[in-house]
Design a protein around this ligand. Structure first.
Ligand code: PEP
Ligand code: MG
Length: 763
């Protein structure tokens, strides 16, 4: 049943695509003969109206005031042109511009947002199809088609209208067809200052120039002057694209499944149909770039209707290929490899920890990563590097242009694109204040970390690279409670040798100057795999083959690390912590491997640590449930709050929506932690809370109420946390939490209010 239907659909789409080529040709011809800017625009409107057989075709453009002005029409009263204006969000046109989505209705006057404009003479019109003209993430206007009869526009018609709207947006931005006043208005709108409210993930203010992890296509002309030359450019671009995909396939030594995917990708690059559609668009008078974009827009419109996940995935491939082809055509490929500007704010949809480390640290001032959260590994690395990070600002990807001035505030989550001089000034003040505050916290570093009712709290620091150790002194941390060793594994081109690992660990210990350092063995897997590791893709990598699971299965990876840790700690206490413990037996297996390394060192007469202390991370509910059995096997315990909360709430630590929904400052989770703290105390084993949640001092205070007495958190949070804990009463917080399960979730507001009323020094 499915086949014939999709075949029919494909046929209809092909017909529509062929139709679009004819339309483009008539648009190109109409534009070529008209004299004034208004004539050209009217000729274009007429060509569209004729092609889609609609009674009315109108183009509205957005002014700098955000009003939408009728710029051209076929079918409505001509006198209304440049007179009819709709406010942002007003009428169906305003709704289309605001939502950036097409709006289709068979009976416009019945629509709740319908706004009647008598001067247009649109009374008898019923059907309405409006599509936004989008460029750089903004609506620049709306293309409207209307018919006298009440009817529903087909998916193909909507797709064709979207394709035309893409072109119109490009034209509006390039200034090819509009008078200078309009071009200036559109330009001013595209470049005006923007303020976005996103999520602050790594604190601090940063200012710099926008640089894209994947650069968008630069502006280009829409209509060609020389059709043959453009077809020639297109052919060359496609050949270059094919060569680059071939090279990629030859380079990658992948396992079966990804290889198949790449082969399918290559087939697309050589697909004759795709090439012909782009050539037809170029033949109709578009530049090579616009021809690619045109076919890409049609594909996207089709992609939106396809439910089959396999076909959707293939359509994504095609979208990706179109982007690559555009980069070949615009020469942006060379630009992508170029260096970051001197002070860069890097903008990415998604960014892995290794990718981040590849950038020049000296130039990277701040990060905007649309798909990241506080516990993402990219955030952990950014925190280690001291690079402010704002997450979730999807629209920054469209609103900013390469080189734009940008300020980000990693505390409030504000993103300011092209800020005015006054805004820059106020942020300068904030930056100054920030360093004053840091100096104040540094001055308090030797004050005892003791609550008002005399409960001693130990503050340790998280670290992952040697640079982090410089914060030990300034923060007054008691030591490094969690050193994430995996960074060394994921940045290199190959597995680091035991000798290289030993040198890093020895350097860290030397920098710690006698303060203890807890080395966590590599928590590899999930998003922390080295490019060389050939890890099979998993549907749920966070719950997959990672951490100690992988280490036990791959002694070739694990034993050199243990050897390096023992050698670097010779003559002193070694603290070795195992990640992602699920069952107590896993500790026995890991211990056995340590024993073998000890024997190995002894046989060779190598010096050993004076003491070896073994720790287990409690970051799966299974390990939490059996904490007594685990505690009996180790010397110390550590709560990996990031993973533990992820598995407790069944909420992906990297997904913004779930992170927003499940605040770990929650009575159930806090009482769960309280039980772990009790079990550790019963067993007489120290317990450290290591998750990033304690980077938030308010959460830290709640954890003190839950019985946690030792923390390891990012360096930046230690000063504010020490100040806060010295101003609270541990018993009082515990009593308050006792009653918290009766409160309506989320309890953060009430808890913060409680802290304020007892005079706590909130950040
Ligand atoms: C944790 O899970 O809380 C933790 C400390 O480890 P990581 O964030 O490296 O997974
Ligand atoms: Mg973890």
């Amino acid at each position: 049943m499915k086949r014939p239907q999709s075949a029919r659909r494909a046929k209809a789409a092909a017909k529509a695509a062929g139709g679009i080529a004819t339309l483009l040709k008539s648009m190109h011809d109409a534009v070529a003969v008209a004299a004034t800017a208004q004539d050209r625009l009217d000729a274009l409107t007429e060509a569209i109206a004729k092609h889609v057989a609609s009674d009315v075709c109108s183009i509205y453009l957005r002014l700098a005031s955000d009003e939408l002005e009728l710029y051209s029409t076929v079918g409505l009263n001509r006198e209304a042109v440049h007179k009819t204006k709709l406010k942002w969000g007003e009428g169906l046109v305003g709704v289309v511009a605001e939502t950036q989505r097409p709006l289709v209705t068979a009976d416009a006057p019945l629509h709740p947002n319908f706004a009647y404009r008598p001067e247009t003479g649109e009374d008898p019109l019923h059907s309405f199809l409006g599509v936004p003209l989008i460029r750089s993430g903004k609506s620049l206007g709306v293309l409207v088609l209307q018919n006298l009869v009440s009817r529903r526009y087909t998916d193909e018609e909507v797709g064709a209208a979207q394709a035309v709207a893409t072109l119109l947006a490009e034209i509006a931005a390039s200034g090819e067809l509009f008078d200078p006043r309009t071009t200036a208005e559109v330009g001013a709108m595209l470049h005006r200052p923007e303020r976005l409210r996103a999520v602050g993930v790594v604190p601090g203010v940063a200012r710099g120039r926008a640089a894209f992890h994947e650069p968008p296509t630069p502006k280009h002309r829409v209509f060609s002057a020389d059709v043959d030359a453009e077809i020639g450019r297109l052919d060359l671009g496609i050949a270059a694209l094919q060569a680059s995909v071939d090279a990629m396939l030859a380079r990658e030594t992948l396992e079966d499944a990804p290889r198949e995917v790449l082969e399918a990708y290559r087939l697309f690059a050589y697909d004759g149909g795709w090439k012909e559609r782009m050539r037809a668009a170029a033949k109709s008078g578009l530049t090579a770039e616009s021809a690619v974009e045109q076919v890409q827009a049609e594909n996207r419109a089709r992609m939106a209707q396809i439910k089959d996940p396999y076909i959707r995935e293939r359509m994504h491939d095609l979208d990706d290929l179109s982007r690559r082809l555009l980069r070949h055509l615009t020469g942006a490929d060379a630009a992508a490899a170029a260096e970051l500007p001197e002070a860069a704010i890097l903008i990415a949809r998604a960014l892995g920890p290794a990718e981040l480390l590849e950038y020049d640290r000296a130039r990277l001032k701040g990060l905007i990563v649309a798909e990241a959260t506080a516990t993402s590994h990219v955030a952990i690395v950014a925190r280690a590097l001291g690079v402010p990070l704002v997450a979730g600002a999807d629209s920054a990807l469209g609103l900013a242009e390469e080189g734009d001035e940008i300020i980000i505030d990693g505390d409030s989550g504000d993103v300011l694109i092209r800020p005015t001089a006054e805004v820059i000034e106020s942020y300068r003040e904030k930056e100054a204040l920030q360093s004053e505050q840091q100096a104040a916290f540094a001055a308090e570093r030797d004050l005892p970390s003791v609550t008002k009712d005399g409960v001693a709290i130990e503050l340790f620091m998280n670290a992952g690279i040697p640079l982090d150790l410089s914060h030990l002194e300034r923060t007054g941390a008691a030591g490094v409670g969690l050193f994430r060793t995996e960074l060394q594994f994921i940045i290199g081109a190959q597995l680091p040798r035991a000798g290289a690992q030993e040198r890093v660990y020895a350097q860290i210990l030397a920098l710690a100057g006698g303060k203890p350092v807890v080395f966590r063995t590599a928590d590899l897997g999930a998003d922390k795999a080295g490019a060389y590791m050939k890890v099979k893709p998993e549907a749920n990598p966070a719950m997959g083959w990672r951490g100690l699971r992988m280490a036990i299965d791959r002694p070739g990876l694990f034993r050199p690390q243990l050897r390096a840790l023992l050698a670097a700690s010779a003559g002193r206490t070694a603290h070795i912590l195992f990640p992602m413990i699920t069952l107590p037996d896993e500790i026995d297996a890991a211990r056995a491997l340590i024993e073998r390394e000890i024997e190995f060192a002894q046989r060779r007469g190598k010096p050993l640590p004076s003491e070896i202390r073994i720790g287990a991370m409690i970051e799966t509910p299974a390990a939490a449930w059996r904490i007594d059995d685990i505690a009996a096997r180790v010397d110390f315990l550590s709560i990996g709050g990031n993973d533990l909360a992820q598995f407790y709430f069944a909420a992906d630590r990297d997904a913004e929506m779930t992170q927003r929904r499940f605040d770990p400052l929650e009575p159930g989770f806090l009482s769960f932690i309280a039980r772990l703290a009790e079990a550790a105390a019963r067993a007489g084993k120290p317990l450290t809370f290591c998750g990033e949640q304690a980077a938030d001092p308010v959460m830290g205070a709640a954890l003190i109420g839950a019985g946690v007495r030792r923390f390891s958190s990012p360096a930046t949070s230690i000063g504010p946390f020490r100040r806060l804990l010295r101003s609270i009463d541990a018993r009082g917080v515990a009593d308050w939490l006792q009653g918290a399960s009766q409160l309506k979730a989320p309890i953060r507001r009430e808890f913060t209010h409680y802290l304020a009323t007892v005079g706590a020094q909130l950040p």
